[in-house]
Write a protein that binds this ligand. Structure first.
Ligand code: PLP
Length: 335
């Protein structure tokens, strides 16, 4: 048995996705007439309560073109210290938007409004002004941590007072919504722009959607084209994304419950500690993480070393109860 817990990006399309892809009406999305992409963008706007949306090949592209579309070269963008936009996007802010960046510390991925406000810079002869704040929910490097709605509202307040663009890197925002039991629009309402991934927990093979005001999305479309992200019969991919939003999104809570049970089954073993947050489980081990990963890997349990003594396991629809129980047993027998 193979249990692939490396990420929720490893899922294969569901049967319903394959059918939808086969049946999708197609056009040319660069010419603006692919009906399935248009439908995905319409559904995304409705779900998030935004005016406009653009389908992009990846979350990284969605985030970076959002930054480029909301800032001027040399502005300052503020992120949590280990934000994906800084940590995993290959220096995109410096290369693409050409902005300077500042970081803000957090507790478990969650920044206090006071700490954010301390780091806001005004535009002056000497200082680049802060024009963009990126918030991540759920937070990847913090192990799937959820930022609650009242904090998001405080961030909105700060952004309003200082005239700053507030962006949600919502690669897994639907996991955060499932955890908070809130509608996506309730979360998106605090933000000027929102990017979410179809290829993470929702299980679609490719793509993300960036949502925001119409003039911003017009700029983002030009950035997408400039970076080579204009896709032609992209309705094939959008069709799978629509199924993800409709059929996979409502069941994300099952992954969270499985993560909790898996963490509980592991946490008792000597030398292992495990915490579940949304669909992530972070395992702390006395052994070298890479060694333990290799050992469980020999028995078909695939996971990722996330630090010298830390391992990450991610739950998704291609992992059922039996596989989760097997994976926990393999961990217990491998320490
Ligand atoms: C995965 C991820 C992204 C980027 O998505 P890709 O499609 O892999 O480029 C952005 N932000 C967060 C928080 C992520 O987890």
């Amino acid at each position: 048995m193979i249990v692939d817990l490396r990420s929720d990006t490893v899922t294969k399309p569901t049967a319903e996705m394959w059918e939808a892809m086969r049946a999708a009406a197609l056009g040319d999305d660069v010419l603006g007439d692919d009906p399935t992409v248009m439908e995905l963008e319409r559904v995304s706007c409705e779900l998030l309560g935004k005016d406009a949306a653009v389908f992009v090949p990846s979350g990284t592209m969605g985030n970076q073109i959002a930054l480029a579309s909301a800032t001027e070269r040399g502005d300052c963008a503020l992120f949590e210290e280990e934000a994906h936009m800084l940590y995993y996007e290959v220096g995109g802010p410096g290369v693409i938007a050409q902005v300077t960046t500042r970081t803000c510390p957090s507790v478990n991925g969650i920044m206090s409004p006071a700490e954010i406000e301390k780091r806001i810079q005004v535009t002056s002869l000497h200082t680049p002004g802060t024009t963009f704040i990126g918030i991540e929910n759920t937070h990847n490097r913090a192990g799937g941590a959820v930022v609650p709605l009242d904090l998001l509202e405080s961030y909105r307040d700060i952004a309003d007072r200082h005239g700053i663009w507030l962006h949600l890197d919502g690669a897994r925002m639907f996991n955060a919504c499932a955890d908070l039991d809130c509608e996506p629009a309730a979360m998106a309402g605090s933000f000027d722009s929102v990017n979410f991934c179809l290829s993470k927990a929702l299980g679609a093979p490719v793509g993300s959607v960036l949502c925001g005001p119409a003039p911003f999305i017009q700029r983002a479309r030009r950035w997408r084209k400039r970076l080579g992200g204009g896709m032609r019969q992209a309705g094939l991919l959008a069709a799978a994304g629509l199924v993800g939003l409709r059929s996979v999104r409502p069941r994300l809570g099952e992954d969270h419950q499985r993560a909790v049970r898996f963490a509980a089954a592991i946490a008792g073993a000597p030398g292992l500690d495990a915490q579940a947050q949304t669909n992530f489980v972070m395992i702390d081990t006395r052994r070298a993480a890479s060694e333990l990963c290799a050992k469980v890997g020999e028995r078909g349990v695939l996971c990722m070393a996330f630090g010298p003594h830390r391992i990450r396991c991610v739950f998704h629809y291609d992992v059922n109860d039996e596989q989760a129980a097997f994976a926990a047993q393999v961990f217990r027998e491998s320490v």
